[in-house]
Design a protein around this ligand. Structure first.
Ligand SMILES: [Cu+2]
Length: 221
């Protein structure tokens, strides 16, 4: 009997050892490795108001500085700012970070009973690519998408997912909606700068007048 127990213990240890070491951790909807993480990945659990998945959509979304070039005053952006889907869609995201710094694709406002804190989130610590999925409820709603690394949203990394046309437009989405507080580039007017403006105005009027006068003289000669 003892031999049998010993045999079983040894057998069990060997079978444990034969399992390949897990490079990635997976617990409570979080998949994490040295490149980044996916939080609240959901391919199977339906929102309460969805009898079934209506359709599968796949978006490849880039993030990085180069995508902000087309927006003046912005530093970071996604390559698109809006995604439209049908009610009860299963959305697969391939998130690609083109920068050497951390970026996130974070969706807010999802139902809390499926997504802790109402959130779906893919993160990449640097250049790379990760995939994740989530299923949206049926009601028309606009979901905020952003990167939560400090100042990245303010610097342009903001977008929106509209389910069934959405229920509103979020502000301050580059190239899409008006900012809440527009950037102002105020000039600090001092007596010197007023004097400079007056001087430039006088010179600006005087030069063409002088040129015209000279031409008139030449023609008269
Ligand atoms: Cu970012």
């Amino acid at each position: 009997m003892k031999k049998l127990i010993l045999f079983l213990v040894v057998q069990f240890s060997f079978s444990l050892a034969s399992i390949p070491a897990y490079a990635a951790m997976k617990h409570q909807g979080m998949i994490m490795d040295e490149k980044g993480m996916v939080m609240n990945d959901n391919t199977d659990n339906l929102p309460k108001d969805c009898p079934e998945v209506s359709e599968d959509v796949h978006f490849t979304i880039h993030a990085g500085r180069e995508h902000a070039n087309k927006f003046s005053g912005k530093m970071y952006a996604f390559d698109q700012q809006q995604w439209d889907v049908k009610p009860c869609s299963r959305i697969k995201i391939t998130f690609i970070n083109d920068d050497e710094i951390r970026h996130q694709f974070m969706v807010h406002g999802l139902p809390g009973y499926l997504y802790p804190q109402g959130m779906f989130h893919i993160e990449l610590y640097g250049k790379g690519q990760k995939e994740g999925s989530f299923i949206v409820p049926s009601q028309p709603k606009t979901y905020l998408v952003h990167c939560e690394v400090p100042q990245h949203m303010e610097k342009g990394m903001k977008g929106q997912i509209k389910v069934a046309g959405g229920d509103l437009d979020l502000p301050s989405i580059p190239g899409l909606t008006e900012p809440v507080t527009p950037d102002s580039y105020a000039v600090n007017w001092t007596p010197e700068s007023w004097a400079m403006l007056a001087f430039a105005t006088v010179v600006g009027f005087a030069i063409p007048l002088v040129i015209l006068k000279r031409r008139e003289k030449k023609q008269a000669n």
